[in-house]
Design a protein around this ligand. Sequence first.
Ligand SMILES: *[C@@H]1O[C@H](CO)[C@@H](O)[C@H](O)[C@H]1NC(C)=O
Ligand SMILES: *[C@@H]1O[C@H](CO)[C@@H](O)[C@H](O)[C@H]1NC(C)=O
Ligand SMILES: *[C@@H]1O[C@H](CO)[C@@H](O)[C@H](O)[C@H]1NC(C)=O
Ligand SMILES: *[C@@H]1O[C@H](CO)[C@@H](O)[C@H](O)[C@H]1NC(C)=O
Ligand SMILES: CC(=O)N[C@H]1CO[C@H](CO)[C@@H](O)[C@@H]1O
Length: 576
Amino acid sequence: MKYVVVSGGVISGIGKGVLASSTGMLLKTFGLKVTSIKIDPYMNIDAGTMSPLEHGECFVLDDGGETDLDLGNYERYLNVTLTKDHNITTGKIYSHVIARERKGDYLGKTVQIVPHLTNAIQDWIERVSRIPVDDTGLEPDVCIIELGGTVGDIESAPFVEALRQFQFRVGKENFALIHVSLVPVIHGEQKTKPTQAAIKDLRQLGLTPDMIACRCSEELEDPTISKIAMFCHVGPEQVVNVYDVKSTYHIPLLLLEQKMMNYLLKRLQLDNITLTAEDKQRGEELLEKWKSMTVNIEQSDKIVKIALVGKYTNLKDSYLSVIKALEHSSMKCRTQLEILWVEASDLEPDSQETDKTKFHDAWNKVSTADGILVPGGFGIRGTEGMVLAAKWARESNVPYLGICLGLQIATIEFSRNVLGIKNGNSSEFLPDLPESDQVVVYMPEIDKDKMGGTMRLGLRPTYFQDDCDWSQIKKLYGNRSSVEERHRHRYEINPELVPQLEKEGLIFVGKDESGERCEILELKNHSYFVATQYHPEYTSKVLDPSSPFVGLVAASAGVLDRLYNGEFEFHGKADF
Ligand SMILES: *[C@@H]1O[C@H](CO)[C@@H](O)[C@H](O)[C@H]1NC(C)=O
Ligand SMILES: *[C@@H]1O[C@H](CO)[C@@H](O)[C@H](O)[C@H]1NC(C)=O
Ligand SMILES: *[C@@H]1O[C@H](CO)[C@@H](O)[C@H](O)[C@H]1NC(C)=O
Ligand SMILES: *[C@@H]1O[C@H](CO)[C@@H](O)[C@H](O)[C@H]1NC(C)=O
Ligand SMILES: CC(=O)N[C@H]1CO[C@H](CO)[C@@H](O)[C@@H]1O
């Protein structure tokens, strides 16, 4: 097993995750099997309880693990399926060591950060890196380890020490370190001092950079590269120039251009890993497909406008996977994407009195959008605005995709305005709603009193029902009889209402294994009106976008027919 550690210096938030996943993706293009581990030096054990306002979205894995959004990045770039063990947090590793201490595993010895905690970290990395993550079911060849935060923080100290020891445990030829640093441009001059200081910190802690990835707003000049090489005691070929590009999907190509892989291949002796001709060919195809997907889109001058009617629209990170899924889909449909951010509560009539401009602005966006998306979310605020947006989409024949709450919203709207259940609502918003008005109900098997960890979580199957050959969503999923997607919810559509809804044309085309719980709804006789109880965005991949999203983007761009004709399929080689 080869390990590539990606750490960061100077400041955080300069794209360590993108660099790490791009490196992994490039290793895959050589035919290697790549996995990844994210180390988060914070005390939380469970990301499910962290506020999306503070921390961005909560990402859900196949196994129901709730992590922060970085694991999503790896899944999307590397086309792999990770588990909850692929994230290591300080809290997790401490509780692991403390549990062993309680069991008496340390035989009465004094339990210390070094060696007990640092050993536990290394054992964890070795164990988890071997978990198969793709459909080959084989052990991966390379593991990318992203160390969160910046080296030198108090928080990351035990992990840095563990990695220092780890390079000796696994051997020099199996361990490479990429340090991501920042080169600010001040008065037109590229400053190397912060990078020099960051590398000094790193060396002091016993780690040697094999590559220094310099983030900069512009291309590094040759003298800058020489200077960094000289003062940081590396060769110029070890300094990688990662300047700002139009889209993060271009970063792998940028790294490739700079021959970063040549160095890594040599350094890790990757040639010694035996690969079959088939593996190699798969790798080459992957690169062609990546180029074709990410570069073609620039040549398109078509723009599709999707209104995202949500709640935390001023914190866009809380919808990160949704945005990524839209980006992947628009690349597939060869159209540029423009997201219109709509704060749902601004659509409500009340807001007309408080802020007229916002009200008109919001409606202007909704009514000019090519498609409307209502994503998942919690809480009451803004839900009446979402109901109005769903009504607009239904009545104006504008493509609509609802996710989780978005499915419940679409059903509430339909119950009120088509079935005539005037006060139809969700018992999530109104706990003592009369039974006749309950459109959305609490799932019976879930314990109402416990908040954390009581959701329907992770990968579950959805079965397409009989008589839905007309369904667009079924066709988009390739006419499969069932699909597996990731869930995260506590409430569901009231099953007793389903016959009435279906009679009026709102059809539940997908249900769970019991045949009772509604998973996918679709409106008959509409350009595209689909909603899912699950979160398809979590499994969207750069090269394999999620079907419900592809459907929304294609319908909004008016190219559904071309999509069904297979015009957007990849045929072997990038056409440039
Ligand atoms: C991604 O992985 C899945 C299975 O794990 C595979 O079926 C699919 O072909 C892969 N996609 C690409 C673009 O390699
Ligand atoms: C539905 O419930 C919400 C939350 O209590 C409330 O604000 C809204 O007015 C209700 N809608 C109807 C039509 O009763
Ligand atoms: C799926 O089924 C529909 C209707 O039966 C058909 O028109 C379509 O070609 C099928 N698509 C695929 C990919 O098999
Ligand atoms: C869909 O509904 C519209 C208006 O209700 C009607 O004019 C049209 O014929 C319907 N189309 C189909 C395919 O049923
Ligand atoms: C923050 C985070 O991602 N936490 C998850 C990491 O994995 C453990 C299980 O090993 C989960 O319980 C956490 O939710």
